[in-house]
Design a protein around this ligand. Structure first.
Ligand SMILES: *[C@@H]1O[C@H](CO)[C@@H](O)[C@H](O)[C@H]1NC(C)=O
Ligand SMILES: *[C@@H]1O[C@H](CO)[C@@H](O)[C@H](O)[C@H]1NC(C)=O
Ligand SMILES: *[C@@H]1O[C@H](CO)[C@@H](O)[C@H](O)[C@H]1NC(C)=O
Ligand SMILES: *[C@@H]1O[C@H](CO)[C@@H](O)[C@H](O)[C@H]1NC(C)=O
Length: 240
C-alpha cells in the first residue's frame, strides 16, 4: 500500500475513533457541577424520575452506597456522608451539606424501574476552595532619567488559578508576572492582580508614586494607617 492508502486508513480510523468517543459521551450523560467548599449542594437530575420506580440508590464512586430508597423507606449507609445527606424520593434529589474537597467524585444515581430495567445518571462534583488573597512581590530598578522598571509577581502558594493584571497597561495581562516600565510621570500608578478559579476571585493592588516608590497596597495596610490616624483624634475627643 502506498502512502496515500495509509493516509486513507488513518483517516478512517480517526473517524471511527471520534464516532465511538461521541457515543460514549452521549451514553455517559455526565453532568458537571463545580461548587465552593463549605456550601450545601443539591445533586438533582434535570428530568423527572421513571414513574413508580421500585428502588433508588445513590453511589459515591460507583461502589460505595450513600442512601437507598426501597419500599417507601430510605436507608442511609455507614459512610462519610452519614448525617450530612438527605434524599428526596419524589425528585431523587440528594442534598449534601458542607461539601469538602474530599467529596470530589462522580456520584451515580441508579433507579430500578417497575419493568425490571435499571437506569443510571451520573453527576461529577468538583469542590474548590476559594482562592486566597494574593501576595505581590516587587522588584524595581530606577535609572538616572527617572525611568522605573517594575517586575511585580503575584503569588499564590500551590493552587491552580488564573491571573489577570489590570492597571495602566496597553492591555490586560494573563500571567502571574507583570513587567513594565514607568516613564517619568506625575501621578501615582496602581496595578491590580486578580486571582481566580471558577468559584471565587480576589484582588491585590499595589500603587507607585513618582518616580519609583511603592506607595501602598490595598487591604491590611490601609486598615493599619486608618487606625494610626484615628487614635489621636479619639484621644483628642476624650481630652475635651
Ligand atoms: C447548609 O445547611 C445547613 C442545614 O442543613 C444550614 O444550617 C446552613 O446554614 C447551610 N449553609 C449554607 C451556606 O447555605
Ligand atoms: C429536581 O429536578 C426536578 C426536575 O427538573 C424538579 O422538578 C425538582 O424540583 C428538583 N428538585 C430539587 C430539590 O431541586
Ligand atoms: C483559566 O481560564 C481558562 C480560560 O478562560 C479556563 O478554561 C480555565 O478553566 C481557568 N482555570 C481556572 C483554574 O479557573
Ligand atoms: C478586582 O479588580 C478588577 C479590576 O480593577 C475589578 O473589575 C473587580 O471588580 C475587582 N474584584 C474585586 C473582588 O474586588
Amino acid at each position: 500500500m502506498g502512502s496515500r492508502g495509509w493516509n486513507r486508513c488513518l483517516a478512517l480510523e480517526l473517524l471511527l475513533l471520534s464516532l465511538s468517543l461521541l457515543a460514549i459521551s452521549i451514553q455517559g450523560r455526565l453532568v458537571h457541577m463545580t461548587v465552593v467548599s463549605g456550601s450545601n449542594v443539591t445533586l438533582n437530575i434535570s428530568e423527572s424520575l421513571p414513574e413508580n420506580y421500585k428502588q433508588l440508590t445513590w453511589f459515591y464512586t460507583f461502589d460505595q452506597k450513600i442512601v437507598e430508597w426501597d419500599s417507601g423507606k430510605s436507608k442511609y449507609f455507614e459512610s462519610k456522608f452519614k448525617g450530612r445527606v438527605r434524599l428526596d424520593p419524589q425528585s431523587g434529589a440528594l442534598y449534601i451539606s458542607k461539601v469538602q474537597k474530599e467529596d470530589n467524585s462522580i456520584y451515580v444515581m441508579r433507579v430500578l424501574k417497575k419493568d425490571g430495567y435499571e437506569q443510571e445518571w451520573k453527576i461529577k462534583l468538583q469542590v474548590l476552595d476559594p482562592v486566597p488573597k494574593p501576595v505581590i512581590k516587587i522588584e524595581k530598578r530606577e535609572d538616572v532619567d527617572d525611568n522605573c522598571y517594575l517586575k511585580l509577581s503575584c503569588v499564590i502558594p500551590g493552587e491552580s488559578v488564573n491571573y489577570t493584571w489590570y492597571g495602566e497597561l496597553p492591555k490586560e495581562i494573563q500571567n502571574s508576572v507583570l513587567e513594565t516600565t514607568l516613564k517619568p510621570h506625575k501621578h501615582s500608578r496602581c496595578y491590580t492582580c486578580q486571582v481566580s478559579n471558577s468559584v471565587s476571585s480576589k484582588n491585590g493592588t499595589f500603587c507607585f508614586s513618582p518616580p519609583c516608590t511603592a506607595a501602598r497596597s490595598f487591604g491590611v495596610e490601609w486598615i493599619a494607617s486608618w487606625l494610626v490616624v484615628t487614635v489621636p483624634i479619639i484621644l483628642g475627643l476624650l481630652l475635651i
